[in-house]
Write a protein that binds this ligand. Structure first.
Ligand SMILES: NC(=O)c1ccc[n+]([C@@H]2O[C@H](COP(=O)([O-])OP(=O)(O)OC[C@H]3O[C@@H](n4cnc5c(N)ncnc54)[C@H](OP(=O)(O)O)[C@@H]3O)[C@@H](O)[C@H]2O)c1
Length: 290
């Protein structure tokens, strides 16, 4: 029987290997399953949820560029199938994802693809099976962090039976809070102003029973989680390109961080083949402060 493009892509990825640089020994290892073997879903408890994030940067620290209209975008040369596979392996281990209003607006405008559900395509079916084998619910809960409360809720969340919360600050617009409550969404007030604070949000999610929380939001949510000592692990893909671009985004938008930003390297893998003939590192760091 002839194989579809997706089946070929899946077989190619299965055969794909990269190199472990740290910890020793140097070794060729399979890409697929690399992060699933970390078993992050066993590391958190409701008393101390395990919060982790994954970012993709160039050598000069860009995570996104801004175009002349002020719109930020992820340059295509940053993203690769290998990085995306590892992103999905991390997502697969979570019982709760934190996204934000900006992502839901981009999703509705089709400027970004859907990453709110796991294992629904031919090439990612193994991830759904992995979740089932580990006793995890088919799809993780979703938390939408938003100060404005202006975003469209994608129907896919309810279609897949995912618990869904909206997190915002205590100073959020009461009329908008009423609107979302009338739509049947639970609100988590997690911050004294309009913004969500990482410490309060993590505690509330623990009280709701969540243990393994994957941050798929942007730099502002990362900033508050790190600053408040709640980020347990940072996964960073560093592509070997100097990107430039005069107006850009980087990992942390806030003021100088000090010791909270000091991390310990847990693992480092080298993928020599992508993107576009340059290589990339897949690094995993642990926080000293959680
Ligand atoms: N390379 C990578 O790994 C990577 C990762 C993430 C993002 N990016 C890119 O980087 C650029 C900027 O990212 P971003 O748009 O995610 O930026 P962001 O400024 O971190 O987040 C944007 C939106 O998230 C909500 N938000 C964030 N933190 C919040 C908080 N503490 N409390 C309440 N709401 C909060 C706000 O939504 P409301 O406006 O609804 O209040 C805000 O407008 C984008 O182009 C994105 O694609 C790259």
């Amino acid at each position: 029987m002839r194989k579809s493009f997706f089946q070929w892509a899946h077989l190619y990825r299965m055969a794909k290997t990269i190199f472990r640089l740290f910890p020793p020994p140097f070794e060729e290892v399979a890409l697929e399953g690399l992060y699933l073997r970390l078993n992050l879903h066993r590391l958190g408890t409701p008393e101390k949820p395990f919060v982790y994030a994954n970012f993709l940067t160039s050598l000069d620290g860009r995570i996104a560029l801004e175009d002349s209209s002020g719109q930020t975008y992820l340059p295509k040369s940053l993203t690769t199938p290998n990085d995306f596979r590892l992103f999905l392996e991390l997502e697969c281990q979570a019982d709760c994802l934190i996204t934000h209003g900006g992502y839901l607006r981009s999703l509705a405008e089709k400027r970004l693809g859907n990453i709110l559900q796991i294992g629904l395509t031919d090439t990612t079916r193994d991830l759904a099976e992995w979740r089932e084998a580990q006793g995890l619910v088919p799809q993780p809960a979703i938390v939408v962090a938003s100060a404005s409360l202006d975003f469209p809720m994608p129907p896919s969340i309810r279609e897949h039976g995912q618990a869904c919360y909206i997190a915002t600050g205590e100073q959020a617009d009461p009329a908008k809070l009423d609107y979302w409550r009338r739509q049947g969404y639970d609100i988590i007030l997690a911050g004294k102003g309009r913004m969500v604070e990482g410490d309060v949000l993590t505690r509330r999610l623990g009280e709701l029973g969540y243990r393994t929380i994957y941050l798929i939001a942007g730099p502002h949510m990362l900033d508050t989680m790190v600053r408040e000592g709640r980020l347990a692990r940072l996964f960073q893909t560093i592509t070997h390109q100097l990107m430039g671009g005069e107006v850009f985004r980087t990992l942390l938008p806030g003021p100088e961080l000090g010791p909270f930003g000091h991390l310990k390297l847990l693992s480092l893998y080298y993928d020599p083949t992508s993107p576009l003939g340059a290589g990339q590192w897949f690094a995993q760091f642990e926080s000293n402060h959680v």
